[in-house]
Write a protein that binds this ligand. Structure first.
Ligand code: ZN
Length: 202
């Protein structure tokens, strides 16, 4: 028997305006292993998010918005390999952020993380506080894994979270919608229809 699951209502907004100085974009795990077909944990819908994320980054940088990247980072014998197989191993091609979204050295901040949550054991929260950031636009992959945990962890610290629907990707539709539902319903995050609906005010 195949169950049909109905996606609960998610409120989606078309437009948000965010103050540039109090907002950061967080690009989660857009690394070759997840985004490229030759990668070790390829997410089929991830390549389609590259262009929208690029547009968001161009807009953010033009307004002086801070940009953070998380980079899933594992070393030999990491217990996570028992769950997912080897991936995002430090120093490998798969660990690198995709060329199209390359961070700007000396401007953007790259956070190495060992777990799903970008805040767990990292400098992310400290840096966001130092810079007076209150709003986070979270994009990347995998929607229900590292994006959800990072967005949730941000919300638990009372950052306001914004997630554009064309900026996140998951292994399947269920996971994608489940992630958006949790971010919206549980963490009171704002789901924005597209990156094009996000603007930064200076
Ligand atoms: Zn991992």
């Amino acid at each position: 028997m195949k169950d049909t699951v109905k996606v609960p209502e998610i409120s989606v907004v078309d437009k948000v305006e965010l103050p540039a100085g109090e907002t950061a974009v967080v690009v989660v795990d857009m690394q070759n292993d997840f985004v490229k077909p030759q990668g070790k944990l390829f997410v089929p819908t991830a390549p389609a998010t590259i262009e929208p994320i690029k547009r968001l980054l161009d807009k953010a940088r033009a307004s002086g918005v801070r940009v953070f990247y998380t980079k899933d980072t594992h070393y030999e014998g990491d217990p996570e390999f028992e769950i997912w197989g080897e991936h995002a191993r430090y120093g490998t091609w798969g660990w690198e952020i995709v060329e199209e979204l390359k961070p700007i050295e000396g401007r953007d901040i790259v956070i190495h993380k060992t777990r799903y949550d970008g805040f767990y054991g990292t400098m992310l929260d400290d840096l966001l506080r130092v810079y007076g950031i209150r709003n986070l636009v979270v994009v990347g992959t995998v929607a229900n894994i590292c994006v959800l945990h990072t967005a949730g962890s941000a919300a638990l610290r009372w950052y306001k979270v914004y997630v554009p629907m064309d900026g996140v990707s998951a292994l399947n539709d269920f996971d994608y919608h489940a992630a958006l539902r949790q971010i919206n319903f549980l963490y009171r995050g704002v789901i924005v229809k597209s990156v094009d609906g996000i603007s930064f005010t200076t």
